[in-house]
Design a protein around this ligand. Structure first.
Ligand code: SF4
Length: 342
C-alpha cells in the first residue's frame, strides 16, 4: 500500500493550486488532480508523492549494467525502482513498471523504507544503491532519504535518469549523488515532444548542472534506426557532450531492440554503433562504449593517450582491471572516473 508523503520541491499557488518544481514539465495541479507522471497528487492544496515507500524492483546488479563504466568497476549495486515516469517513450524497455500508474490507474508495489533499502545494500555487499529502471526524479523523496542514509553508511548513490530534472532538483540531490547515467535520447526537440512527450532543453540544462555540481556523469544514447541515427544528430550529441560537459564524459551508444510501441522496428545495425563511435571520437570524446552488444570490443576502456587496454569487460563482467590509482599503468595518463569512494 502506497504511503503518501508531502513532496519536497513545489510551490503553493492561489486557490489550492500547486506547481511541482521537480521536473521540466513544471505541472500546475489543481486540488484532487495528478501531475503528468501520475505519481504526484495535489491533496487539499499540498503536493504529495504517492510512491514513497513503494518499490516495484529490488535487485543486485553489477554497476556495469546501469551502465556506469567509470564508477567503482566490478562492484555490486542495489538497484531499486518505484513505479512511474515523467516520460512516455514509445520504445521504453521497462514500460510495464514505468507506465503502470498511467495504465493501471494507480500505484502498486511492495512496501519498503529507506532504512530497509540501505540495510539490504549493506547486507548484500553492495558498494552503491542505484535508483533505476523507472525514473528516479519522480520518486525523489524516497531516493533523497535513502541516499542520505546510504551516504552515512559509506554506500554510494547512482541515478539512472532521463535527466529531465529542474536545476533545483539537481542542486538538492547533488550533495548525496555520486554518479548518474543520463539518457540523452535525441538532439531534436521535435523528437522529445513527439516520442517522449517531453522536451530537450531541460535535459541539456540538467546535464550541465550535474557536471558543475561535481556529480560523475555518463551519457547513454539508445540509437533507434530512423529516429536519431543520422550523422548530423549524432554529431550534435557528441559535440554537446565534448563541448559543454567535457571530453572526459563517457558516451554509451546503445543498441535498440524493438519494444513497447516500437516492437516492429528492427534492431540497430552494428555498423550504426560503430559509425556513432567514429563520430564521437572526431568530436574529441575520450571514452565511447557500445551497449547491448556483449562481446563487442567497444565495451573495453583504453587509455586515451597511449591506447593501452585498461579495463577489459565482457557484458557486465570485468575480466581485468589494469588501472593503477586511477591512471594508466603504462603511460601514467589520468583516467577520469570514481575509482574509490572518498
Ligand atoms: S515530477 Fe514532473 S511530471 Fe510529476 S508532477 Fe512534478 S513536474 Fe509534473
Amino acid at each position: 500500500m502506497a504511503e503518501q508523503r508531502e513532496a519536497m520541491l513545489y510551490e503553493k499557488l492561489d486557490g489550492q493550486k500547486v506547481r511541482c518544481e521537480l521536473c521540466g514539465h513544471g505541472c500546475e495541479i489543481v486540488a484532487g488532480e495528478y501531475g503528468i507522471c501520475r505519481v504526484r497528487q495535489n491533496v487539499a492544496g499540498r503536493l504529495r508523492s504517492l510512491t514513497y515507500g513503494v518499490v516495484v524492483a529490488v535487485n543486485v546488479d553489477p554497476i556495469e549494467k546501469k551502465p556506469l563504466f567509470h564508477f567503482l568497476p566490478g562492484t555490486r549495486s542495489l538497484s531499486i525502482a518505484a513505479p512511474g515516469c515523467n516520460f512516455q517513450c514509445a520504445f521504453c524497455q521497462n514500460w510495464q513498471i514505468s507506465q503502470s500508474p498511467r495504465t493501471d490507474g494507480g500505484v502498486r508495489g511492495q512496501a519498503t523504507s529507506p532504512e530497509q533499502l540501505v540495510t539490504a545494500a549493506v547486507s548484500r555487499d553492495c558498494a552503491s544503491i542505484s535508483y533505476t529502471y523507472t525514473e528516479p526524479t519522480v520518486f525523489f523523496e524516497m531516493a533523497y532519504d535513502t541516499a542520505r542514509l546510504a551516504r552515512e553508511r559509506g554506500i554510494g548513490n547512482c541515478f539512472v535518469s532521463n535527466g529531465f530534472m529542474t536545476p533545483r532538483a539537481v542542486e538538492t540531490i547533488a550533495p548525496y549523488l555520486d554518479a548518474i547515467n543520463v539518457d540523452l535520447k535525441a538532439f531534436r526537440d521535435e523528437t522529445y515532444r513527439r516520442v517522449m512527450k517531453a522536451r530537450l532543453a531541460p535535459v541539456l540544462t540538467a546535464l550541465e548542472a550535474l557536471v558543475a555540481a561535481g556529480v560523475w556523469v555518463e551519457v547513454t544514447t539508445l540509437i533507434v534506426p530512423d529516429l536519431n541515427d543520422s550523422d548530423a544528430e549524432l554529431r550534435d550529441i557528441a559535440g554537446f557532450i565534448a563541448g559543454r560537459l567535457g571530453p572526459h564524459v563517457p558516451w554509451h551508444v546503445s543498441r535498440f531492440h524493438g519494444d513497447y510501441r516500437m516492437s516492429d522496428r528492427s534492431a540497430t545495425p552494428l555498423e550504426t554503433l560503430e559509425r556513432a563511435g567514429r563520430i564521437g571520437a572526431e568530436a574529441g570524446l575520450r571514452y565511447i562504449y557500445s551497449g547491448n552488444v556483449p562481446g563487442h570490443a567497444d565495451e573495453r576502456t583504453h587509455c586515451p593517450s597511449c591506447g593501452e587496454l585498461l579495463i577489459d569487460r565482457r557484458g557486465y563482467t570485468i575480466r581485468a582491471n589494469h588501472l593503477a590509482d586511477g591512471a594508466c599503468g603504462t603511460c601514467g595518463e589520468k583516467i577520469e572516473g570514481v575509482w574509490a569512494l572518498g
